[in-house]
Design a protein around this ligand. Sequence first.
Ligand code: F6R
Ligand code: MG
Ligand code: MG
Length: 381
Amino acid sequence: MKLTFSVIKADIGGYVGHSDTHPEVVNTVRSVVEEEVKKGNLIDMDILTCGDDIAIVMTHTHGVDSEIVHGIAWRAFEKGTEVAKKLKLYGAGQDLLTDAFSGNIKGLGPGVAEMEFEERPSEPVIVFFADKTSPSAWNLPLYEMFADPMNTAGLVIDPKMHDGYTFEVLDVYTGKAVKLSTPAELYDLLALIGSVGKYVVKNVYRNYDGEIAATASTQRLSLMAGQYVGKDDPVMIVRAQSGFPAVGEILEPFARPWIVEGWMRGSHNGPLMPVSFEDARPSRFDGPPRVIAAGYQVAEGKLVGPTDLFKDPAFDKARQSAQDMADILRRQGIFEPHRLPAEEMEYTTLPKILKKLEGRFYDLEEQRLDKDQVLEKEDMD
Ligand code: F6R
Ligand code: MG
Ligand code: MG
């Protein structure tokens, strides 16, 4: 049986501000999706939250991009939005960019990560979910999980992993994608995905047999909406064990926090902090950005779990480092490199401010020349 594992997420209202979700909204979303399991449209479902975002995890046999499954998520988010509006939650319904669902939820605001596979005798799957950052936050850990033998010993030791993995990379501005096979094209891959504002990893496939290993949401809300309406807080699905990286190899990149785009007003660089489900409530300077990891065993499509994988003292040091990095960056205040570079600020509300100053700029060199001419004239007099 071909199983589809879908994760669809949206921010449909923050409680309080952009920091958390409200239980009434989450329960409303849950009950809409639960009904669909009862009706037999889905095999199983779960709800995850991270900061002000809600992710619907669904297993089914309708394949990726299914109108049925996307429609379920859309209706659940619509119902949740009604509750969020009633409670006047912050930015209620902000990620539903249209009133009309037209068969596919992509491009309408929510983030989507889906993969289809034949369920293995045992199928461990991890769902990563981050808030106050963007889809390119996964570029670095995906490289380490699937292409760096210093992180993933299995690349050297496991015969099914030894041929490496192929990364599908999307240019978020043109919508064009390219597939690069590692280890052969590793440096080409890194030449692209180091540019986190432009390139994001969409899928990773195992070279041994072409099996899908990982998939991420790559939607950029600011590009779709044409203005800043909130960050595109991403989700990612990664399969583990038996020819895929072990759970511990998949989690290992998060033990050393790195800097991602997002944080306050989607306009700052900050450390990605791995946290337990209950600590996924960004508050300091609306952050720092954080990530949860939900582990499931899939059994005949049923979701056994989740376990809260970052709820482990072994990640305490990462959390502390992230705090230290946050302090260093905060010292910069509104100055780069804490604040994002100018090109990235184009998709925020900053251009509105800069527009006001446009007419007030003058040519400094010309003004100096004018002054010199006046002085010369005075000398002659
Ligand atoms: C970041 C985020 C928040 C808001 C900030 C200002 O992704 O959502 O940091 O950008 O709280 O929000 P507004 O402009 O809605 O007051
Ligand atoms: Mg928000
Ligand atoms: Mg969010």
